[in-house]
Design a protein around this ligand. Structure first.
Ligand code: FAD
Ligand code: UQ1
Length: 410
C-alpha cells in the first residue's frame, strides 16, 4: 500500500488545478492524483468542434503533460472509498492511504438511460457535443442535412454547462443559414426545463435570439427514446399527469444526455446528498461529514452552474481552506492559558483546551513551579501584548508548540 499527505481523485479541470497548487507547497511526491485517462480535454472547446470551428485534437493534451510534475500520477480508476479509515482502493486492488482527500470526479454521462442510445449514434443525424465519440458527428450531420427537423434536447437532470445545448443549436442554425439549407430546416429546442436559462437577464436575451432566428421551443419535453429506423425521437411530456409522450421526426438530433454524479460516489451514502452529489459546505468546499475531505467541480452539490469557470472560482477556496485544515489553524480548539503565579519567583504555567486537556507549549512539565515560567509571566508577556498582539502579530503559541513537539502538537 502507498501513503500520501494529499490524494486527489480525478485529473480534470478541478483535480488538476488543485493538485498543482499543493505541489508547490508540499514536498515532492506528497501529492498523488488518481486519474485513468490518457488525455485531458478542455471540454468547453467541444461546442466549437461540433460547429467545425476547431478540430477535436485541439481540445486534448496528453494527461502526462498536464498533471503537475511533482505529483505522483496513479493511472487508474478509484473503485472503493473507506473514508472512516482514510484510504481508498483502485481498480488494480492497490490500497492508497491519505491524510487529506480532494474529490474531483466530474459527472457521468448517462446516454444509456435513453432507449436506443448509444447505438443510434451509429446512424445518420444523431450526434452529441458532450462526448469525444459523438462530437464530430454534429458537423457531419450538418453537412449531410437535407431537410426536416433539427432537434436539440436538454435532459431532465442537472448538467454541466447548461448553456451548451443551446450553443450547439445556435451554431447549427447559422451553419444551415450559411449553406442555404435554412429554409428546409425546422430548428427546435426540446427541453425538459420550463425556462431557457436559469438567470432571467440571460433568459430574456436568449428569448430574443430564439425569436429572431425563427426557432421553436418545446418546454417540459424530455427525450426518452431514439428510433433510428424511422428517424423518430420520442419525448415524455413532463407536465402531463398521465405521462403522455410525443414523437417527432428528425433529420438531425443533437442529444444532451442525462448526467449524474459518478456511481462510485453514490455507492457511499455518507459522501452524498439525496441527489447523489458529494455533499460539501457551499462556502468552504469542505465535506460536511469528513473534515479531511474536500470536493470541487461538477461532482459536488454546490448549487451553482457546473462549469470550468466555476472551478476557477473554487480552486483557491479549496486550497486556502484545506491548507488551514492541514495546519490545524482553521478551527479554534479552545486554547487558553493562565499563568498561576505561586509567589515572588515561581509560576505554574497552565495551558489547556476546550476539553480541559493540557496543551503545553514547552516539551517540559509546565505543572511544575518554575522560575522560567515566572520570568515569562512578569517580563515577556507584557512585551508580547503591547508590541505584537495589539498590532495583530501574535496568534498564540500554536506554531511554536508544534515545532517543539515535532508536529504532534501535544
Ligand atoms: P472533469 O473535468 O469532467 O474531470 C473529471 C475527471 O475525473 C475526469 O478526468 C475523469 O476521468 C476522472 N474520474 C472520474 N471517475 C474517476 C474515478 N473513479 N477514479 C479516478 N478518476 C476518475 N465550462 C465553462 O466554464 N465554459 C464553457 O463554455 C463550457 N462549455 C462546455 C461545453 C461542453 C460540451 C461540455 C461537455 C462542458 C462544458 N463546460 C464549460 C463544462 C466544463 O468542462 C466542466 O464543468 C469541467 O470540466 C468540470 O471539471 P471537473 O474537474 O469537475 O470534471
Ligand atoms: C473562466 O474563468 C473559465 O474558466 C477557466 C471559463 O471556462 C472555460 C469560462 O468560460 C469563463 C467565461 C471564465 C471567466 C473569465 C473571464 C475572463 C470572463
Amino acid at each position: 500500500s502507498q501513503s500520501y499527505k494529499l490524494v486527489v481523485v480525478g485529473g480534470g479541470a478541478g483535480g488538476c488545478s488543485v493538485a498543482a497548487k499543493f505541489t508547490s507547497v508540499l514536498p515532492k511526491n506528497n501529492v498523488a492524483i488518481i486519474e485513468p485517462s490518457d488525455t485531458h480535454y478542455y471540454q468547453p472547446m467541444w461546442t466549437m468542434v461540433g460547429g467545425g470551428m476547431k478540430k477535436l485534437e485541439q481540445s486534448g493534451r496528453p494527461m502526462s503533460q498536464v498533471l503537475p510534475k511533482n505529483a505522483r500520477w496513479i493511472k487508474e480508476r478509484a473503485t472503493t472509498f473507506f473514508p472512516e479509515e482514510n484510504r481508498l482502493v483502485t481498480a488494480s486492488g492497490e490500497e492508497i492511504n491519505y491524510e487529506y482527500l480532494v474529490i474531483a470526479m466530474g459527472l457521468q454521462l448517462d446516454y444509456n438511460k435513453i432507449k436506443g442510445l448509444p447505438e443510434a449514434f451509429n446512424t445518420p443525424g444523431v450526434c452529441s457535443n458532450y462526448s469525444t465519440q459523438y462530437v464530430e458527428k454534429t458537423l457531419e450531420s450538418l453537412r449531410n442535412f437535407k431537410e426536416g427537423n433539427a432537434i436539440f434536447t436538454f435532459p431532465n437532470t442537472p448538467i454541466k454547462c447548461a448553456g451548451a445545448p443551446q450553443k450547439a443549436m445556435y451554431i447549427s442554425e447559422q451553419y444551415l443559414r450559411k449553406h442555404n439549407k435554412r429554409n428546409k430546416a425546422n430548428v427546435m429546442f426540446n427541453t425538459s426545463l420550463g425556462v431557457l436559462f436559469g438567470v432571467k437577464k440571460y433568459a430574456d436575451a436568449l428569448e430574443k435570439v430564439i425569436r429572431e432566428r425563427d426557432i421553436s421551443v418545446n418546454f417540459r419535453h424530455e427525450l426518452i427514446e431514439v428510433k433510428p429506423d424511422t428517424k423518430e425521437a420520442v419525448f415524455r411530456l413532463l407536465d402531463d399527469p398521465a405521462g403522455a409522450t410525443k414523437t417527432f421526426k428528425y433529420e438531425m438530433l443533437h442529444v444532451t444526455p442525462p448526467m449524474s454524479a459518478p456511481e462510485l460516489l453514490r455507492a457511499n451514502k455518507k459522501f452524498t446528498n439525496e441527489a447523489g452529489y458529494l455533499e460539501v459546505d457551499k462556502s468552504t468546499l469542505q465535506h460536511i461529514r469528513f473534515p479531511n475531505i474536500f470536493g470541487i467541480g461538477d461532482c459536488t452539490n454546490l448549487p451553482t452552474s457546473k462549469t470550468a469557470a466555476a472551478i476557477a472560482g473554487q480552486n483557491k477556496i479549496v486550497y486556502d481552506n484545506l491548507k488551514l485544515q492541514m495546519e490545524g489553524k482553521n478551527t479554534y480548539d479552545g486554547y487558553t492559558s493562565c499563568p498561576l503565579v505561586t509567589g515572588y519567583s515561581k509560576c505554574i504555567l497552565a495551558e489547556f483546551d476546550y476539553d480541559g486537556q493540557p496543551l503545553e507549549t514547552l516539551p517540559i512539565n509546565q505543572a511544575k513551579e518554575r522560575n522560567t515560567s515566572f520570568f515569562m509571566k512578569k517580563e515577556i508577556m507584557p512585551v508580547l501584548y503591547w508590541k505584537l498582539m495589539l498590532n495583530g502579530w501574535w496568534n498564540g503559541p500554536g506554531t511554536i508548540r508544534k515545532i517543539l513537539h515535532f508536529g504532534t502538537g501535544r
